[in-house]
Design a protein around this ligand. Sequence first.
Ligand code: MIG
Length: 632
Amino acid sequence: MIKKFTLGKPYDTGAVVRETAASGWDGFPYKYTQDEGFSFEIPLGSDDIVYGLGETTRGINKRGWIYESWCSDDPFHTEGKRSLYAAHNFIIISGAQNTGIFIDFPSRIRWDIGYTKADTARIELEGNDFDIYIIEGGSPREVVREFRALIGKSYLPPFWAFGFQQSRWSYHNSEAVDRIIDGYDRAGIPLDCVYLDIDYMDSFKDFTVDGSKFPDFERFVAEKKEKGIRLIPIIDAGIKAEEGYEIFDEGVKNGYFCKKADGSDFEAGVWPGICRFPDFLRDDVREWFGSKYKKLIDMGIEGFWNDMNEPALFYSADGIKNALEKASSLKGQNLDLGKFFNLKDTFAGLSNNGNDYASIYHTVDGEQVNHQKVHNLYGANMTRAAGEYFEKEYGEQKILMFSRASYIGAHRYGGIWFGDNHSWWSHILLCLKMLPGANMCGFLYSGTDIGGFNENATRDLVLRFTALGVFTPLMRNHSALGTRDQECFAFDNTEDFRDVIQVRYRLIPYLYDTFKKARDNGDMIFRPLSFDYPEDKIARECETQLMLSDECMIAPVYEQNANGRTVYLPEDMTFVKLSGERVTKQELRAGLHYVEVALNEVPLFIKKGKKIPLCKPAIRTSLLDTEEREYI
Ligand code: MIG
């Protein structure tokens, strides 16, 4: 059962697709207070679990921390953080009752889930115009299904997007791209996509290609496609302010960019230098920007990733001016501690600065809307711009699209990746913990940078990371500028990588069916164990394993130098080790077990009475015979 509580004049975020009549406030079940903002308190029973918030730091059970919905470009995903790139405003309180709460409000929300008071979740909205949906269900899974019916069907990517994908910041030119494909082919490791990061563009200008790095891009793209490889270029939110650049000129002429209070265009520096920012909240701007992807699609491109759309702002002209003024006012002085740190913070604080966000205005239905009020919708509407255009022009399942920033609703137009993680062992688990939360909110096509983005990866880390990535719909190895080479063939004994990635290709028919089933039924692909075994104490606390669809459980190895791990089986299961074309099976009883898993093996647990299909591996998805299936 869904109840909707509306206050003020909520901004139409587009998250909800099913009309729901508002209930009277006297039926609101929680104690609330209303002043400049709105806050309410939910009592938590000592055994209650709080699920949700999608892409966030920390655990599957969100109790014991404060989270903030505020899409942030933050490349350090440590436990002390409150926000990452997404605003997924949905939680489930699970105990004697199961209650889902969706807050459709695009500005900042503070979720104090038992941080200040262990037995209370206190939720504070920075504003008084919102819809809150409260969903009562028999089980957490039912609550999720009801919620998903409310927000509409998830995006369905093309079939080839389930193949293995290789990325790096950056493969600078056509030779670099060829070297990657060649490296994979020579090692016999399956591959479907190679990514183009910002350096493929001419001076970081969206929808351009630098002809000196990629001469005859169209032919190059066609040649790769002949080989079964797709190139996936990045698109950034900021548009270089440069006269004569078509996108900039059109944006200026039609007034499509975000404004400042005085009506002039807002400007900030990102990769291309000073940029302007398309006002994606407007229908006409979305239509215009969406249609620009055609430039690359006409050159044979079939997929994109949208980046920097929180939006990330390195600096603004005003910010630089103030900082320089401060610096010069201190010239010649002997700085005391306070002045020194103040100066340092002034420069460090230039990026993603709150004053800059506060100075941005959107124009919605002719009215000026301050960015602070709708911050969390910016990236989501960039994805929507692309997704709406793709569906209209090319139909469903044709163009791959996923984004860094997101808000619920964008799950209908694309997937997400979890942004700039690190080559840390703990980030294998962080990915695992985010998956169910993202799935709850409809983001089924999701995954993290395999091997880790920041810092240097080791061979064993990449192998263990990849073994988890075998199950994530988006399976992409990506790494930052300046880090050690992280492609599978860059390490010794490449046959181990082949063994792991071949398992992915063997599983694609199953994973694809699983994806479609979850999409059609408003279900999750990945569930916490506690969803399925709510009475089982150990299952309820398990944060290192997940249920996969209705047949399996996954339990990746996530520690360095470990030859295996301890795994908990809530019921009897078959322990399967997959490696290349090899399958070994062992029946295990319910309970705790230590299982050995070699670096070239992918562990999987299949429930009693269930079977899953495997096909033969191939080096491309296009070469898979998905009909010839063996059941294990
Ligand atoms: O400021 O385009 O998350 O995947 O490689 C960094 C360069 C900008 C951030 C993305 C990352 C990408 C990088 N981008």
